[in-house]
Design a protein around this ligand. Sequence first.
Ligand code: AMP
Length: 226
Amino acid sequence: MPELNLVLLGPPGSGKGTQGERLQEDLRLPYYATGDILRGAVREGTELGRTAKEYMDRGDLVPDEVIVGVIAERIDSPEARDGFILDGFPRTMPQAEALDAKLDDLERAVTAVLLIDVSDDEVVRRLGGRRTCEENGHVFHVEFNPPGSEGVCDIDGSPLIVRDDDKPEVIRKRLETYHAKTEPLVDYYDQRSVLRRIDGTGAPDDVTEEIRRTLATMRLEQDETV
Ligand code: AMP
């Protein structure tokens, strides 16, 4: 089977994380979410975490050179030989170019970019109500997925908090950053004919179905061209 090098693109709160985890199970490919990797590094207090924290708390992107190395190393690892799922990377034009250059070195290329489309208003509603467990990052939502008892994680009992970057003023900043720095990638990948648009406004199961259908169609198209 040909390798599957997937990128999930979309604004913060579009459901990339939820869909990425499901895709990982479906496709049995490694899933690299840069936000999770960076939050893990902050929790562990590594050098990467110390560098990233101040940018993340403000809703800014960490510098390209900090994150590019982290992803390049993973893509080049044996577990990613048959493909990978990227979530939250690339997020700027230089990151997209660095990804292409790295894949080019490995004689590989991005297979598909799934753009999960949702409006800014929907992003604010989703992220504003999000509560994250302090210990292990389990995610709840006051409206869509409330925990059994308020403020406590159902899974490990640790306190639920509002992530610094889910605070209202930071959400607005993250959306601005998305439109300014990440949205240009839509054209970039469209011109390379790898962009697939997914309506992200429905229920998570509906979005998963649309992604599965899209990938299945893509495979059929690939088979026809072989
Ligand atoms: P996320 O959970 O994907 O929304 O990421 C949380 C935060 O991590 C972002 O607001 C950025 O500060 C940082 N981050 C994650 N991925 C990247 C990236 N590819 N480039 C720069 N900063 C990133």
